[in-house]
Design a protein around this ligand. Structure first.
Ligand SMILES: [Zn+2]
Length: 188
């Protein structure tokens, strides 16, 4: 487990943090899914806890979900099999993490939660100054979204399992890219 690394442990004062749950969709989680990441099934209980924690604090929980057209250029560009095609079961958030009524869902077509989405506007409307990020995958969508949040001066918390090298890399990179603050989340 990664401890709270002191150089990165710049805990913000009164921060209103939104929890971003990224891409915990059937197509990335279920056995035999087109882009199955078996480890995603292991992190479900941790994410459930994070969601509970956020709700207890009255913080918004925002689901960020891949949502592609059947011929989306992401598939050929990065050689991904078709996944998260709009209107399919595969595109839905897994039932274990089903959004509550009123939870915002941001649909994205690339790795970043901010790219061509209304996330930034939504965060502003909600009075959010920091984001916590969790979900699939740390070194792809979580990483891109965390960088972009830092560039926009949000406090950034990457909630991850500390023995994950890509998680440490994410924090390290953010530290040097001038984010408002970075601290490691802790699932315990
Ligand atoms: Zn995709």
């Amino acid at each position: 487990m990664l401890s709270l690394l002191s150089p990165y442990n710049l805990i913000m004062g009164k921060e209103r943090e939104a929890l971003l749950v990224l891409d915990m969709l059937n197509d990335f989680v279920r056995v035999g899914a087109p882009l199955e990441v078996p480890d995603n099934r292991k992190i479900i209980p941790s994410i459930q806890r994070e969601i509970k924690k956020a709700r207890r604090k009255g913080n918004p929980v925002i689901y960020v979900c891949d949502n592609h057209r059947p011929d989306d250029k992401e598939f050929s560009k990065y050689n991904w099999p078709p996944h998260a095609v709009r209107g399919t079961e595969g595109q839905k958030v897994i039932s274990e993490l089903k959004p509550a009524e009123g939870d915002p869902i941001i649909k994205k077509t690339y790795y970043s939660a901010f790219y061509r989405t209304r996330l930034q506007v939504m965060l502003k409307e909600l009075g959010v100054t920091g984001v916590g990020l969790t979900g699939c995958l740390t070194h792809v969508c979580v990483l891109f979204s965390a960088y972009e949040a830092a560039l926009r001066d949000y406090g950034v918390t990457v909630v991850g399992d500390g023995d994950d090298a890509s998680f440490a890399h994410t924090l390290h990179g953010l530290h040097y890219r001038g984010g408002k603050g970075v601290r490691s989340g802790n699932r315990a």
